[in-house]
Design a protein around this ligand. Structure first.
Ligand SMILES: Nc1ncnc2c1ncn2[C@@H]1O[C@H](COP(=O)(O)OP(=O)(O)OP(=O)(O)O)[C@@H](O)[C@H]1O
Length: 296
């Protein structure tokens, strides 16, 4: 099974949101990383077949998805970033409604809804109206509807926004089990959400894929570029002007632990650190805010 994205381009009036994207997506969990506005949603909507590209195409096992029509929708699950619920529906009614649209049998519907309500810890709110749910619960209902037909291709646009840390972990575990022999593409700018579960990642910037590879391969790009040192708090501002500081932590009194990215060691006594996927992300998107704990 494979999804092949060939020369995919989307132009909105004066903005090219996806610019000649080429990518071959094979079974497993893929992370699609990129800052806000990089073009992830545009790319995912074209892969989902709900937005026509300006040029280029998406092929599922060699066939253009435009000619697959309904057959593609049958094997597809999609959680859009902006999810249009029916707020007056209860969770149960809504899932039954989506199951009917997806053509599930009554027996399958019952079993699948029970399983997903349990897996996504939604049993207690099954009779609640969606309008009354918290943001995280709504997100979980969105994830449940995308999984109802056990899709072979699952596209999730920012699935973890609004989830608390416990929900994030449960969600990651659920997806890891689900992804056996399926294509799962997750877009996010929250790197740790894909770092532990994605077997490959594509990083998008300004409408194009700037890096692609296994998590280990991508992390390898940062080998020799991640450093840490300790310095007086009053020197931090100067340090930030010299290097991309990705983590600051108060150690004691006025001493601060500083983790930074640089082609070479900048501050004396720096030691080389083990890189993480987030380091590459922050290297490619230096304007993004990094973790600064307990300082300022
Ligand atoms: N309908 C539209 N008309 C004009 N420009 C658009 C439209 N939709 C998106 N864009 C622009 O295209 C670019 C890519 O947007 P897109 O939503 O695909 O990015 P993204 O990576 O998903 O960002 P985010 O994480 O903020 O959703 C942005 O500059 C955005 O402003």
């Amino acid at each position: 099974m494979e999804l092949k994205i060939e020369h995919l381009t989307k132009k909105y009036k004066d903005k090219t949101a996806a610019d000649d994207v080429n990518l071959t997506i094979t079974p497993g969990i893929w992370g699609l990383l990129g800052a806000n506005g990089a073009g992830k949603t545009t790319l995912m909507r074209m892969i989902a077949g709900i937005m026509r590209p300006t040029s280029g195409c998406v092929k599922f096992d060699g066939v253009n998805i435009e000619s697959l029509g309904g057959a593609y929708r049958d094997i597809f699950g999609y959680l859009p970033q902006e999810f249009g619920f029916y707020p007056e529906f209860t969770v149960q009614d809504y899932l039954e409604y989506v199951a009917a649209l997806k053509g599930l049998t009554k027996k399958n519907t019952r079993d699948k809804i029970e399983e997903l309500l349990t897996r996504l810890t939604l049993e207690d709110v099954r009779r609640k109206k969606i309008v009354k749910l918290s943001g995280g619960m709504k997100r979980r209902v969105g994830i449940a509807q995308a999984l109802l037909n056990e899709p072979e291709v699952l596209i999730l646009d920012e699935p973890t926004s609004g989830l608390d840390p416990g929900e994030r972990v449960r969600f990651r575990n659920l997806l890891s089990e689900f992804a056996q022999n399926r294509i799962v593409l997750i877009s996010t700018h929250i790197v740790p959400d894909v770092e532990y579960i994605a077997f490959r990642n594509a990083i998008m910037k300004d409408g194009g894929i700037v890096s692609e590879g296994t998590t280990e391969e991508l992390v390898g790009i940062m080998e020799g570029k991640v450093w840490s040192t300790e310095m007086p708090q009053c020197d931090v501002h100067k340090a930030e002007q010299k290097a991309k500081v990705v983590n600051l932590r108060n150690i004691s009194g006025s001493v601060v632990f500083v983790r930074y990215l640089s082609e070479e060691k900048i501050f004396p006594d720096s030691i080389e650190e083990q890189p993480r996927l987030e380091d590459l992300y922050l290297w490619l998107f230096p304007q993004e805010e990094a973790g600064k704990e307990g300082v300022r």
